[in-house]
Unconditional design. Structure first.
Length: 194
């Protein structure tokens, strides 16, 4: 009899947790400034020959699943893919991260923060060589509820680092070791919640 009671309580607890779970999907425009302290002068220069920064434009496509709720705090995971281009160079990333959000106000404003890790693929402007390397980023933003299932992502700001394709790695002719590039991203758009 005790086993049935424990099983019933477990099923009830899982049902309550599942009922409070939140899924959100987004497809938002994004701009990322990628910068490096050293310029690459070779033909595989990701940011362009002798350039130390470039602004890439594209989109973020992803979703989050908040499976933990405690009062106004929710936590879960975020999975996103980005596709960005600038100066004939390409940057694609796939990131998975831990996400925490809150509803600290009576108004429908929900700030959130997350840390993500994954893989980014870069291609230099004058090359067909693609290089995939480790990538990480920290994001913070604010969502504003418009309707029951639609949020407006007012602003998301991210900061991260990635190692890009370079003449030192691919061409072998570079004498300069190119360090990992910093990335500063800005995004806004809609989030559809289920």
């Amino acid at each position: 009899m005790k086993l049935r009671s424990i099983a019933a309580v477990a099923v009830l607890a899982l049902t309550v947790l599942a009922a409070r779970a939140q899924v959100g999907l987004y497809l938002n425009p994004v701009a990322i400034r990628v910068g490096n302290s050293s310029a690459d002068a070779g033909s595989y220069a990701f940011l362009g020959q002798n350039s130390t920064s470039q602004v890439f434009y594209g989109y973020d496509f992803g979703g989050y699943y908040d499976f933990f709720h405690a009062g106004p705090i929710a936590a879960g995971i975020d999975v996103r893919e980005s596709d960005l281009h600038a100066n004939n160079a390409m940057l694609r990333s796939f990131l998975v991260g831990a996400r925490v959000s809150a509803k600290p106000f009576t108004r429908p404003i929900k700030p959130y923060a997350q840390i993500s890790v994954g893989v980014s693929t870069t291609k230099a402007p004058a090359s067909t060589v693609h290089v995939s390397k480790f990538d990480y980023a920290v994001y913070g933003g604010v969502d504003y509820t418009l309707q029951k299932h639609i949020d407006f992502r007012v602003l998301e700001i991210g900061y991260g680092s990635l190692t890009t394709v370079s003449s030192a790695d691919v061409g072998g002719g570079g004498t300069l070791n190119i360090p990992a590039a910093n990335q500063l991203s800005f995004s806004s758009g809609l989030v559809f919640r289920f």
